[in-house]
Design a protein around this ligand. Structure first.
Ligand SMILES: NC(=O)c1ccc[n+]([C@@H]2O[C@H](COP(=O)([O-])OP(=O)(O)OC[C@H]3O[C@@H](n4cnc5c(N)ncnc54)[C@H](OP(=O)(O)O)[C@@H]3O)[C@@H](O)[C@H]2O)c1
Length: 253
């Protein structure tokens, strides 16, 4: 995708990777709109980046998505990029107590949220040039980390869904890009109990955010559809190969 001249909505853009992407695109002169649930976080991020806009949106709530996406399109008629970045990760141990609420939160946010935001904005995206849907998956879409079983499956969903959406939209001019980050410093793991977040082995910790953003922005500008960033490349390579593309082509014409 082009890295300048866009009007971009970034879900989860008030903190973590989303804020990093919001500020990186803002610095390049793009009009950025950030969305999330915490108004104070969104407001503080927008105020620190003059001209950045924000809207309250809970991607786990269909009504909130409908209202917020309509508001964004009303304010920014040229919206041409949506980055589906909002996500949650929960520790669920099936040998102990299965927590349905945690699983539902992951499914509502990471799966339904991403699909509903995309569907709500497709009429807008189909009417503008250089339209792109960027779906943030994870290296864990390709090789799961078993202590986050629903999270990893939700990211495998994002990978599979992105392939089908790309195929369905191929005559529309709307590109679908999947971006798979490695483990990066953020608030994603903050809600885990200690047993859900063991100390990493020496030298195996999360990638610093700034280094991740530099690598991810380079990938986004590369023109490829599936972008595995840094440490996620080996996980992507382990699960996806030429054979997968050939099989998909054979089945879908
Ligand atoms: N960090 C990593 O190691 C890593 C690795 C691979 C993939 N990823 C993916 O990268 C994306 C960003 O994660 P992160 O690491 O930046 O995590 P984070 O620091 O926890 O940030 C998550 C963001 O998502 C927003 N969010 C969560 N639930 C939401 C909801 N229901 N509606 C709207 N916004 C919601 C949060 O804002 P509010 O709380 O204000 O709503 C927050 O801004 C996620 O999709 C994650 O799965 C992260």
């Amino acid at each position: 995708m082009k890295l300048t001249g866009n009007v971009i909505l970034i879900t989860g853009g008030g903190s973590g990777l989303g804020r990093g992407f919001a500020e990186a695109f803002h610095k390049l002169g793009n009009q950025v709109v950030i969305a999330g649930r915490r108004e104070d976080v969104l407001r503080e991020t927008a105020e620190a980046n003059a001209g950045m806009d924000w809207v309250r949106m809970d991607v786990a709530d269909a009504a909130s998505i409908a209202e917020a996406t309509a508001e964004v399109v009303r304010r920014h008629g040229g919206l041409n990029v949506v980055m589906n970045n909002a996500g949650v990760q929960r520790y669920i141990d099936f040998t102990k107590v299965y927590d349905d609420a945690k699983a539902l939160e992951e499914i509502n946010t990471n799966i339904l949220g991403l699909m509903r935001v995309t569907a709500a904005l497709l009429p807008q995206l189909r009417g503008v040039p250089d339209a792109v849907v960027v779906n943030v998956s994870s290296g864990l879409a390709f090789v799961p980390l078993a202590r986050y079983p629903v999270y990893c499956a939700s990211k495998a969903f994002v990978h599979s869904f992105s392939i089908s959406l790309r195929h369905q939209l191929k005559e529309t001019g709307v590109r679908v890009v999947e971006l798979a980050p490695p483990w990066v410093e953020s608030g994603l793991h903050d809600a885990h109990p200690p047993e859900g977040n063991p100390e990493p082995a020496p030298g195996r910790g999360p990638m610093p955010l700034e280094a991740f953003l530099a690598a991810a922005m380079e990938e986004l500008g590369s023109g490829k559809d599936e972008l595995a960033v840094a440490g996620a490349k080996f996980m992507y390579g382990a699960a996806v190969g030429e054979g997968a593309g050939k099989a998909f082509g054979g089945m879908n014409g």
